[in-house]
Design a protein around this ligand. Structure first.
Ligand code: ARG
Ligand code: MN
Ligand code: MN
Length: 313
């Protein structure tokens, strides 16, 4: 059985699940438990049932860097830890992509995308990034208010802001015209300025309301992938969904995507056949009551399945 649409992957169609129990890009404990819950909910089997060959040999182990030896650099918190972890993730994800496997990275906080997208772009320098999130995560060392690096990975990938020697491994490999956002609704003032100055295309919840999700995804892909021939990296922050749909996350913002809108994005990207890497980030099973946690983990699994070929009929 193979209804799987994949233009870049050799047979057997293989997914590598990269569990990243990491929380150093933000202050709330528990987001490191996200990948463990997603796998325990049966994600690996669910993907096999879709016809994939799935590799998963345990969650990624990260080296310990104590906070004592990792003082802030400017405002950035845990900079050395985040940098080293993301560099490791870049290598793991990069290796999977290079070998024709589709990495599914489970966060963990969204700073990890600095690693995952670096890994994808090493093999596919012309890949485009579809970033689905309530937030733009594009602060620089100068604009960040919180100092939390999960609010900054995109600026590193684009090479914006002052250079920080500790992050010199991150190459400015992403071009602003290959990046598009869907779901935005909580941007810092500095981030709005960055989006404008760099002409980055973003579809906020305003555009989702105005045009509907179908048109938004089509316009987003027309922008980053006009001929529908470039590989796609989908980076999905679960807080893009409305908190009523995905309550267990560290920085929830009301007015988000519905259950169907979130799944539609994933289904439409699967239908392009161009997906080469997927991130599902910011599931935090320590936040909210057990039923909300179960709901968030379940929706996380189903978003991943939708991006990987589950269809309604
Ligand atoms: N990946 C996330 N949930 N990011 C939230 C970022 C929030 C805020 N803009 C910050 O820079 O701190
Ligand atoms: Mn977010
Ligand atoms: Mn995010």
């Amino acid at each position: 059985m193979s209804a799987l649409i994949t233009k870049f992957l050799p047979n057997p169609k293989t997914i590598a699940v990269v569990g990243c129990p990491f929380s150093g890009g933000q202050p709330k404990l528990g987001v490191d438990k996200g990948p463990i819950h997603l796998v325990e909910a049966g994600l690996v089997t669910q993907l096999e049932e879709l016809g994939w060959h799935v590799l998963f040999d345990g969650h990624h182990q990260f080296e310990e860097i104590s906070t004592a030896s990792d003082p802030p650099i400017g405002k950035l918190k845990n900079p050395r830890l985040v940098s080293r972890v993301c560099e490791g993730v870049a290598n793991v994800v990069g290796e999977h992509v290079r070998n024709g496997r589709l990495p599914v990275t489970l966060g963990g906080d969204h700073s990890l995308a600095m690693g995952t997208i670096s890994g994808t772009l090493k093999s596919y320098p012309d890949a485009c990034v579809v970033w689905v999130d309530a937030h733009a995560d594009i602060n620089t060392a100068e604009t960040t208010v919180s100092g939390n690096i999960h609010g900054m990975p995109v600026s590193f990938l684009l090479g914006l802001g002052v250079e920080i020697p500790e992050f010199s491994w991150v190459k400015p490999s992403l071009k602003p015209e290959r990046l598009v956002y869907i779901g935005l609704r909580d941007l810092d003032a500095g981030e709005k300025k960055i989006l404008k100055e760099n002409n980055i295309r973003a579809f906020s919840m305003h555009e989702v309301d105005k045009y509907g999700i179908g048109r938004v995804v089509e316009m987003a892909l027309d922008h980053v992938n006009p001929n529908r021939d470039l590989p796609i990296h989908l980076s999905f922050d679960v807080d893009a969904l409305d908190p009523s749909v995905a309550p267990s996350t560290g920085t929830p913002v009301r007015g988000g995507l519905t259950f169907r809108e979130g799944h539609y994005i994933c289904e439409a990207i699967h239908e392009t056949g161009l997906l080469v890497a997927l991130d599902l980030m910011e599931v935090n099973p320590s936040l909210a009551d057990p039923e909300s946690v179960r709901q968030t983990v379940t929706v996380g699994c189903s978003l991943v399945r939708s991006a990987l070929g589950e269809s309604l009929l």
